[in-house]
Design a protein around this ligand. Structure first.
Ligand SMILES: [Zn+2]
Length: 321
């Protein structure tokens, strides 16, 4: 079986692994309902090069897609929207209104990186390398047909009705898609454990407090399965995009504990040195967090670019209190 073959995770639910950038992967999920839906579309090349062929090998046709359900507006999740609209011309694109600019404006995709570099000039070159990938991987601008309202339902026919659940934190307009009968939640990047890359932390761009509250909200739903946007790591170093039963429950609890712990450590570092700039607070906090987590810090700076987004979100919230 090819690495990018469609994997049937549950009856009628197919996961397709879409490669992008240098060794990264993002998941698209296809629901083979009377009105078929896809959750996230990968990057611009994914629909034609990966998702379409993978579904065809499973006897499914990507052109039948009626709903393109975006979990959020980040380039690795919506970059394939425009290509997919070209294949499935009858499909409606669905997203949360807080993500609107991501669908129209390339600059929105680079903002988090530019903001971080403004506080940490040492990462300017690295951030430029990251942001350079974006333009090639997103079909922009791309139309959104349905802007979600709170808890909106999406009827896929055959009694399959998904409910959109607002789960801000990683992005302001991140939504999960909840399938109540299956107790199945598609989470995008709404819950991440230790993140998708070894040696780092979850990526939290919008709000660390919202990220924790959203995980608490997912825990209350008591999902039987999580279908996530990447192969996220747990504390034991296991990588998986789909977790079921006790493994899903444990992953949610761990994800919450990790961010609570990081918030405590950043809070202590900021209290100890209230006038220090973010870079010094981050360095002090990471030195403490290294004792608990397998962080791979850059030897030159004592920092880690991807780990800094969570710390920065926490630090900003502390300063605004
Ligand atoms: Zn994202």
């Amino acid at each position: 079986m090819s690495e990018n073959a469609a994997v049937q995770e549950l009856d009628g639910v197919w996961r397709i692994t879409c490669p992008f950038a240098a060794g990264s992967q993002v998941m698209a999920y296809f629901i083979a309902a009377p009105q078929p839906a896809i959750i996230d579309t990968g990057v611009s090349a994914s629909p034609r090069a990966v998702i379409g062929p993978a579904l065809a090998a499973a006897g499914l046709d990507l052109a039948d897609t009626r709903f393109i359900l975006n979990t959020h507006g980040h380039w690795d999740h919506m970059g394939g929207n425009e290509a997919l609209r070209g294949i499935a011309s009858g499909a409606q694109v669905v997203a949360h209104p807080a993500e609107e600019r991501f669908f129209h404006d390339i600059a929105t995709h680079t903002r988090s990186y530019r903001d971080l570099v403004a506080e940490l000039p040492a990462f300017a070159a690295l951030a430029t390398a990251y942001t350079g990938q974006f333009a090639d991987n997103i079909g922009l601008p791309t139309q959104v047909d349905v802007w979600l309202t709170a808890e909106q339902e999406i009827d896929l026919g055959g009694g399959i009705v998904l409910q959109a659940i607002h789960l801000p934190g990683h992005a302001h307009g991140l939504v999960g898609y909840w399938w109540p009968e299956r107790r199945l939640l598609f989470t995008g990047d709404g819950v991440q454990g230790l993140g998708s890359q070894v040696g780092s932390f979850p990526l939290v761009f919008a709000s660390a407090a919202d990220y924790r509250a959203s995980i608490a909200r997912i825990i209350e739903l008591e999902p039987a399965a999580l279908c996530m946007g990447h192969n996220f790591l747990d504390r034991e170093g296991r990588q998986a995009a789909v977790r079921r039963g006790p493994a899903a429950t444990r992953f949610l609890r761990e994800s919450l504990e990790i961010t609570e712990h990081v918030a405590e450590v950043v809070g202590a570092a900021a209290t100890a040195a209230p006038d220090y700039p973010f870079e010094e607070i981050a360095r002090a906090a990471l030195a403490v967090l290294c004792e608990t987590y397998p962080l791979q810090l850059d030897p030159a700076t004592g920092l880690h670019l991807r780990a800094l987004f969570l710390l920065q979100a926490i630090w900003r919230e502390l300063r605004s209190q």
